[in-house]
Write a protein that binds this ligand. Structure first.
Ligand SMILES: NC(=O)C1=CN([C@@H]2O[C@H](COP(=O)(O)OP(=O)(O)OC[C@H]3O[C@@H](n4cnc5c(N)ncnc54)[C@H](O)[C@@H]3O)[C@@H](O)[C@H]2O)C=CC1
Ligand SMILES: O=C(O)C1=N[C@H](C(=O)O)C[C@H](O)C1
Length: 252
């Protein structure tokens, strides 16, 4: 049995993932950490200030983090120091936070890090790469929509899309929304929508004179992310230290 713990256990993703772990024959939900203390599925949830005590007492094989960037950094550093394999889904890291994460993980524990654990999105990123390779001279606009409670913008997934487009076209300048008198140059337009309970929509528009191509991905249920997280948790157990992606997990 692989013992799995979750940071952000009481959140939208934390509870969805815990329920899937509970249903799996080879995995056990060992407990969680959150700002609030309590229990989930009969297991303890420690307050976030007690992450080190939690790791010593619960001794999970894998620590999954779906919290918020500043908290995730501390949880990852603690998990790596305790020698626990990691699966990180939290988004919104600054470059400095990401460097701190990489330093903590490299050479100490195996970790999967991805801005989007849905299988469909990992294929979508490949489609975007192919389109960007061939349509680099088209105008490109990225739009994402999420629920009203999402804190980081643009989404981690949109940031990954921008990285892919940058790698394939060399275009790295972005225009975040437009207002007033604007003149389009070679920038990538980035547009963020927040409202209701939208789970996660991403669209990449390639536009030229007389034609447009739109690639869209829409998640209808958080279970699509959570299923990918479970695959990542099984994959990361017993791997050599280092940072892995969903390409590694899915064998893409
Ligand atoms: N990579 C992926 O596939 C996905 C990533 N996400 C990302 O996961 C993160 C969480 O998303 P949601 O579950 O929707 O948010 P949420 O707000 O529902 O859950 C976050 C939980 O973390 C807890 N928390 C906050 N600070 C903490 C700390 N210091 N230590 C422990 N727990 C703490 C909160 O109390 C809350 O229960 C976000 O960054 C989001 O962008 C969300 C969905 C999919
Ligand atoms: O916060 C969310 O909900 C989501 N966050 C991830 C992101 O920032 O890309 C993934 C997914 O779109 C849902």
């Amino acid at each position: 049995m692989t013992r799995i713990a979750i940071c952000g256990a009481l959140g939208r993703m934390g509870t969805t993932i815990a329920n899937l772990i509970n249903d799996a024959d080879d995995l056990t939900f060992a407990g969680g950490v959150d700002i609030r203390e309590g229990t989930l599925l009969g297991q303890p949830v420690y307050p976030s200030t007690e992450i080190n005590t939690f790791l010593q007492e619960i001794k999970p094989d894998v620590l999954i983090d779906f919290t918020i960037a500043h908290a995730a950094v501390e949880n990852i550093v603690a998990g790596a120091a305790a020698g626990v394999a990691l699966v990180v889904g939290t988004t919104g890291f600054s470059p400095e936070q990401r460097s701190r994460i990489d330093e903590a993980i490299e050479g100490s524990v195996p970790a999967v890090i991805s801005s989007n654990y849905s299988v469909g999105m990992n294929i979508f990123w490949r489609l975007v790469r192919e389109a960007a390779q061939r349509l680099g001279d088209y105008d490109i606009e990225v739009t994402e929509a999420h629920h009203r409670y999402k804190k980081d913008a643009p989404s981690g997934t949109a940031r990954t899309i921008l990285e892919i487009i940058g790698e394939e076209t060399g275009k790295t300048e972005c225009m975040y929304g437009r207002e007033g008198m604007t003149e389009r140059k070679d920038e990538i337009g980035v547009h963020v929508i927040r409202g209701g309970d939208i789970v996660g929509d991403h669209t990449v528009l390639f536009a030229a004179n007389n034609e447009t191509i739109e690639l869209s991905h829409r998640a209808y249920d958080r279970a699509v992310f959570a299923h990918g997280v479970i695959r990542a948790a099984r994959f990361v157990t017993g791997k050599a230290p280092g940072i892995y992606t969903m390409d590694d997990v899915l064998g893409l």
